[in-house]
Ligand binder design. Structure first.
Ligand code: HEC
Ligand code: HEC
Length: 369
């Protein structure tokens, strides 16, 4: 079937591009065919994911912010809009996104993956990619390769936003793995974890540290009380105009959607799978190391002593009762870090189908054509 897909794309391309230089054509076809173990829509989604022409100034793709080699996130702490202005949010990883039910760090109503995929293309605050529907359709419709791929994937070459979203979603369905050493241990491979990592896991799951009360379930992102997964972990406690400890403006969390003060600073509980590879951490990328993150939990909140956000997050009234602070020895701290590292996915994300089809890498051995 996959070979048939490939031949179909090739044929559609030939018909659509009779006038195009035959050498270029053969190159493109061999590129599409190389990866023919993907379905037609997954392959289309892969092209779209890495294509910078999906942004207004043709200089950023989804992969700029969700880079496969940076844990499907990136290394900057706050996302920058198309004019270089920083927003207030760090970029979440797209690993296992198809298994999530919430697609925003702050908005409980964002429950549709399709919407989360289209959001960056058309959102105006921040202007992540700055596109309009007309511009996107016009750009893609001008490219014979896309017309051929739409035809193969959907039966005709019409470019629609729904099809763009479907193809991207189909590609993102490949971006999943729960194959960590912790999961392997759970499946009975008892040599998968060292004694130190097991100690870390024990601490993580115990009542002293409370970690698994919020980071539960297969993805380590599900709270045990089955309430909405938005929590305040005491990152900020700057006094607002009325003298209440508060998160910075633009980082109100759930409050920004509910309008309720009690929701100030409540952000979505992130999955911890592969967490060692998604630095910097926190909803705003303000946590630079996992060590400092543990210190913050041990203290029961973060205290900032300089800058505009100074204040004590421990005193925040909306902070979860599960973040109440704890004593921890150096040995235990190291064990906990070892456990977080054991949640890594050991996979080469530079390889097909996670590399760019546009062959932009300096190392051309990573290209699929
Ligand atoms: C400029 C950086 C940037 C670009 C470009 C970008 N994203 Fe994102 N993406 C983000 C940020 C920041 C969030 C978090 C938004 C929030 O929580 O409100 C996000 C969230 C998401 C989510 C939801 C993830 C989750 O766990 O909730 C999906 C899905 C997603 N992006 C897909 C895409 C796709 C597909 C593209 C390309 C069409 C893309 N993104 C382009 C920065 C970016
Ligand atoms: C009350 C629920 C809760 C508890 C308890 C909790 N966490 Fe979290 N965790 C969160 C939330 C919510 C965030 C995101 C906070 C933010 O950025 O505002 C987070 C963020 C993290 C991150 C950063 C992830 C990323 O991708 O940025 C790590 C690592 C982490 N927690 C580990 C732990 C460990 C280890 C413990 C136990 C010591 C723990 N958590 C206890 C809710 C919790």
């Amino acid at each position: 079937m996959m070979i048939a897909t490939c031949v179909q794309v090739a044929l559609s391309l030939l018909i659509l591009t009779m006038k195009v230089n035959i050498a270029i054509l053969l190159l493109i076809i061999s590129g599409v065919c190389w990866g023919s173990e993907l379905s037609a829509t997954q392959q289309l989604g892969r092209y779209l994911f890495f294509d910078t022409s999906l942004s207004l100034h043709s200089n950023r793709s989804c992969a700029l912010c969700h880079s496969p080699t940076h844990g499907w996130s990136n290394t900057f702490n706050k996302t920058i809009d198309i004019y270089g202005k920083p927003s207030t949010l760090n970029t979440p990883s797209l690993l296992n996104v198809i298994h999530r039910r919430q697609f925003s760090q702050t908005n409980p109503r964002a429950t549709e993956l399709e919407q989360a995929i289209l959001n960056p293309l058309f959102s105006v605050d921040p202007l992540e990619m700055g596109m309009t529907v007309e511009l996107l359709v016009a750009r893609l419709s001008r490219k014979p390769l896309y017309l051929a791929m739409f035809e193969t994937g959907f039966g005709d070459s019409e470019v629609t936003i729904e099809r763009v979203a479907t193809a991207l979603e189909d590609y993102l369905s490949l971006v999943q793995s729960q194959d960590t050493r912790v999961h392997r241990y759970q499946q009975g491979q008892h040599k998968a974890l060292s004694a130190q990592e097991l100690l870390g896991w024990q601490l993580f799951s115990g009542d002293r540290l409370n970690c698994s009360k919020c980071h539960g379930g297969v993805l380590f992102d599900t709270p045990s009380d089955e309430q909405e997964p938005f929590r305040n972990t005491g990152l900020y406690g700057a006094l607002d105009a009325e003298g209440f400890p508060s998160y910075p403006m633009g980082q109100l969390g759930l409050e920004g959607h509910s309008g309720k003060k009690k929701d100030n600073g409540k952000f979505r509980i992130p999955s911890l799978i592969n967490v060692a590879h998604t630095s910097p951490w926190g909803h705003d990328g303000s946590i630079q190391s996992l060590e400092s993150l543990l210190d913050l939990y041990a203290r029961g909140g973060r205290k900032l002593t300089y800058g505009t956000n100074q204040g004590d997050g421990r005193a925040h009234p909306a902070k979860s009762e599960w973040v109440s602070g704890f004593q921890i020895t150096r040995r235990e701290r190291e064990a906990l870090l070892a456990f977080l590292n054991a949640l890594s996915i050991d996979r080469d994300w530079t390889r097909y189908p996670f590399n760019s089809p546009f062959c932009e890498q300096a190392d051309s051995s990573l290209c699929d054509r």
